[in-house]
Design a protein. Structure first.
Lengths: 116, 112
């Protein structure tokens, strides 16, 4: 079974430029998560989708971040414009059910963003 | 605020020995779940072990076990017979309001 696939693995941009990250979850997983992981810290949730619906985006900085999950499968996370503080690893995860306590989260390898 | 404290930023252990990673958390809920996740260098995060708070018995998964002290809000991970492949960052992850909250992590290095 294929795991969670993310791209690109690495991205280096200058500040004020836009950037987008793509995630393909495990087939059949209805719930998709985007996390941000700063260097030396644990991941922090940005947004959670149930199928196409964003059910928790309270931690997403909406002035510059946007996300979409068309057709309830793949998802894209965009930052425009990027700031120096956005340098981090962006992790995508999926799970078959929305409650994390009834199932584990399956993570992708992450997209490492460096903003110069 | 929902807090998770992993007081050991880094630890080292010799191959085949036992190591314990500590974690304390804060919640007002009575029924919740706790997890330990492992993030190997340059590889994806994977679940190590899960504990249901209403269960008194400590969870065990092969060489991994937990010491869950509900009243003390403590959730430590014990790794027995450490292997080189156990080298990773370990995150204590309680569930708060249906959200996973990750601690800052403990880097574990297993030495040969």
């Amino acid at each position: 079974e294929a795991g969670v696939v993310q791209s690109p693995r690495y991205k280096i941009i200058e500040k004020k430029q836009p950037v987008a990250f793509w995630c393909n979850p495990i087939s059949g997983h209805n719930t998709l998560y985007w996390y941000r992981q700063n260097l030396g810290q644990g991941p922090e949730l940005l947004i959670r989708y149930e199928n196409e619906e964003a059910v928790d985006d309270s931690q997403l900085p909406k002035d510059r971040f946007s996300a979409e999950r068309l057709k309830g499968v793949d998802s894209t996370l965009k930052i425009q414009p990027a700031e120096l503080g956005d340098s981090a690893v962006y992790l995508c995860a999926s799970s078959p059910v929305w409650r994390p306590n009834t199932g584990e989260l399956f993570f992708g390898e992450g997209s490492r963003l460096t903003v110069l | 605020a929902q807090t998770v404290t992993q007081s050991q930023p880094e630890m080292s252990v010799q191959e085949a020995e036992t190591v314990t990673l500590s974690c304390t958390y804060d919640t007002s809920e009575n029924n919740y779940y706790l997890f330990w996740y492992k993030q190997p260098p340059s590889r994806q995060m994977i679940l190590v072990i899960r504990q249901e708070a209403y269960k008194q018995q400590n969870a065990t998964e092969n060489r991994f076990s937990v010491n869950f002290q509900k009243a003390a809000k403590s959730f430590s991970l014990k790794i027995s017979d450490s292997q080189l492949g156990d080298t990773a960052m370990y995150f204590c992850t309680p569930e708060y309001g249906n959200k996973l909250v990750f601690g800052a992590g403990t880097i574990l290095r297993v030495k040969s």
